[in-house]
Design a protein around this ligand. Sequence first.
Ligand SMILES: [Fe+2]
Ligand SMILES: [Fe+2]
Length: 270
Amino acid sequence: MTQIDDIGWIARQGIGLVQNDGLRSALDAVYRSPLGIKVVDVAHHVFERLTAERLPAQKLCQFVSGWGSTHGTALYVSGLVIRLQRAARETGEASRTLLYRAATEIGEVIGEDTGVDDVPHRERFERFANFVVGNDQWKLDRYDVPACVRFREYAKERRLGADLEDAILTTAASENWNTGEYTYFNSLVERWAVDVLGYPLALREERFAYIAVHAGETELGHFLHALKAWELYCDAVGRPADPRKAARCLESYLRALTLAFKGLEQVLAE
Ligand SMILES: [Fe+2]
Ligand SMILES: [Fe+2]
């Protein structure tokens, strides 16, 4: 049985593919904790509210702006690739290859985002956002959702400022959450676009491609690349890959994300 209507369930299917027993159960436990249950609940509520009826333009602008702030962080992940390459260049020969390989794995997290493989995701996002709102007004600062802007700062700091292990694990956490979020949102898109927003089905596929391209295997693959990078990094620095550390980074990410979704919830409820 599939539970495509549950972000947590989908995210946990990705975790179920992790080979290491200790890591798999530590990450799974985070989604079963009150924190994991809460973030999934708040996110579901936001998407249900968004797609239940046609919202006024102001709210659509705020949603698109705020939700967009929680995604599209490939630039910071590319910064993490550079940090790993620099660490490789500066270290001894024994760990150099491992760090370069870790950088390569992190690079694979953002192949699609950067446009190496397809249309850059920022372009896809703009196409989606312009279509939902009907114009590009959502780009104005007045539609910023402060809680989502704060989340973006958090994501930036965790990739560019935090120590390398935390930066890699935060990337893994975000790809794992995204697996659930995009796959779930994608399951709502057709009804939302056609029945609620009133767009012809034919247009839906192209204009909502931003969501479809992230659903299913895409983010799941990124999650597994990030975990591989973490193992290589730990190997390079001679530190055990501690599942408790991975779980703490996932908790930190979900705690920050809860605040962002609460901000979106408030905006849509007002
Ligand atoms: Fe993307
Ligand atoms: Fe991704």
